[in-house]
Design a protein around this ligand. Structure first.
Ligand code: ZN
Length: 194
């Protein structure tokens, strides 16, 4: 079942979500929530969705960056973003750790701030410990776009949105970004900076 994605202004997006216990993770209800979130994410053609975005204040997020989403970017853009396909997976009770202090700027958007985008500095490399959809402990070291997605989704679980971290003068409609700046983010940074 497709779920409604709530928009900025809903209190749930600003709450710290509660952790899940292993028996809750394994319950049919939670497994159905995960399936519904995946259906919702794919319909929205997004790369990540956190439970608060569907009105559930739980430490649960899903990620999937499909190969077909990358076809609108050229090889150089994919390379500089470190963007490669990432298979569907579930993050529960994630703990984020920076791997080095290097940050990198790119424009990103959010399904809960629909129609807008902005330049957001994110750590290039991170490490995340989490439970998967079976309640098993997992750990991933990620870089590039996948690291950005992880930071964005884990922010949602802590009540943060990218607008809290963006370079605010670069905030723009997705339409203006697509029409004018998508292929020249450096120009956008220069014009709208610092
Ligand atoms: Zn988001």
């Amino acid at each position: 079942m497709k779920l409604e994605i709530v928009q900025a202004g809903e209190a749930v997006l600003r709450q710290v979500a509660r952790p899940l216990a292993v028996d809750e993770i394994q319950s049919p209800q939670l497994q159905q929530t995960i399936a519904d979130m995946l259906e919702t994410l794919r319909q929205a053609t997004g790369v990540g969705l956190a439970a608060p975005q569907v009105g559930l204040s739980l430490q649960l997020a899903i990620i999937e960056d499909r190969e077909q989403y990358q076809s609108s970017w050229n090889p150089e853009q994919l390379r500089e973003r470190g963007r490669v396909p990432v298979g569907f997976h579930v993050l529960i009770n994630p703990q984020l750790e920076m791997d080095g202090d290097e940050k990198i700027d790119f424009f990103e958007g959010c399904l809960s701030v629909a129609g807008y985008t902005a330049d957001v500095p994110r750590y290039r490399r991170v490490r995340v410990r989490y439970l998967d959809q079976h309640g098993q402990s997992q750990q991933v070291t990620a870089e590039g776009w996948y690291a950005r997605i992880l930071q964005h989704e884990i922010d949602h679980l802590n009540g943060a949105l990218y607008v809290d971290r963006m370079k605010s003068r670069t905030f723009m409609t997705l339409k203006n970004y697509t029409d004018r700046w998508r292929n020249s983010e450096a120009d956008a940074r220069r014009i709208f900076g610092p």
